[in-house]
Design a protein around this ligand. Sequence first.
Ligand SMILES: Nc1ncnc2c1ncn2[C@@H]1O[C@H](COP(=O)(O)OP(=O)(O)OP(=O)(O)O)[C@@H](O)[C@H]1O
Ligand SMILES: [Mg+2]
Length: 235
Amino acid sequence: MIQFKNVTYQIDDQVILSNLNFTIPPQKITALIGPSGAGKSTLLKLISTLISPTSGNILIDERSIHDINIIEHRKSIGFALQSAPMIYGSVFDNLNLPKKLFQQTLSDLEAQQLLDSVQLNDLKLTQDVSKLSGGQRQRLSIARTLVNRPSILLLDEITSSLDVKNVQTIEKLVRDIQQKYKLTVIWITHDVHQASRMSDEFIMLKEGSFITQGDSNTLFQSTNHTLQQFLEDVQ
Ligand SMILES: Nc1ncnc2c1ncn2[C@@H]1O[C@H](COP(=O)(O)OP(=O)(O)OP(=O)(O)O)[C@@H](O)[C@H]1O
Ligand SMILES: [Mg+2]
């Protein structure tokens, strides 16, 4: 469970996130929606401790983010981005990156199992990543998030630059992985239909403020005016 308590994040005088209070349920998929500039990516950075709140507190399983062991916490988080950034080198080099950060090395067997889990069994560990397709890169980036056996998965618009078929593959993959590893997933998406079909719950932000939260089955029936307006604008 991830709890936001009066969380504000500022850069100099600019308030990016303002007095957020909500709880993200454990072992579910929560979609994070809202217009561009709402602060969605910033919220994921706060959870991953890439940045710290200016005021307020974030509790992870009831422990303050100020008190937890940062290294253990970062190990427990997988973070994937739209651009699926890769380092120059092989499939193995890229999979091994999260281990290398902690001065460890992935075995070939573990690497192969990770590829299998994202249906990239046909890739060779020695293959150069520069030759991969967009869909393969994104699947590899998801496999990489799993290396340190995370409990939280943060996904920032991971399907935004993929075609329909690859979007379907990634959606199924995330659902399977979430269930298999009992992950708490927070998924930022611009696609409200994806939010509705893929998530259990949703949270909407706008201009740095919390707007509403609810069961994703009821997303399109929400009576919240700001959410209704947003849904109209994006469809
Ligand atoms: N390092 C930074 N310096 C200055 N302003 C920033 C910085 N990071 C984010 N912002 C500002 O904070 C606001 C929220 O940014 P954020 O990237 O979190 O929004 P978002 O909801 O993810 O938007 P999008 O849907 O376009 O990705 C924006 O106005 C952005 O310009
Ligand atoms: Mg963003």
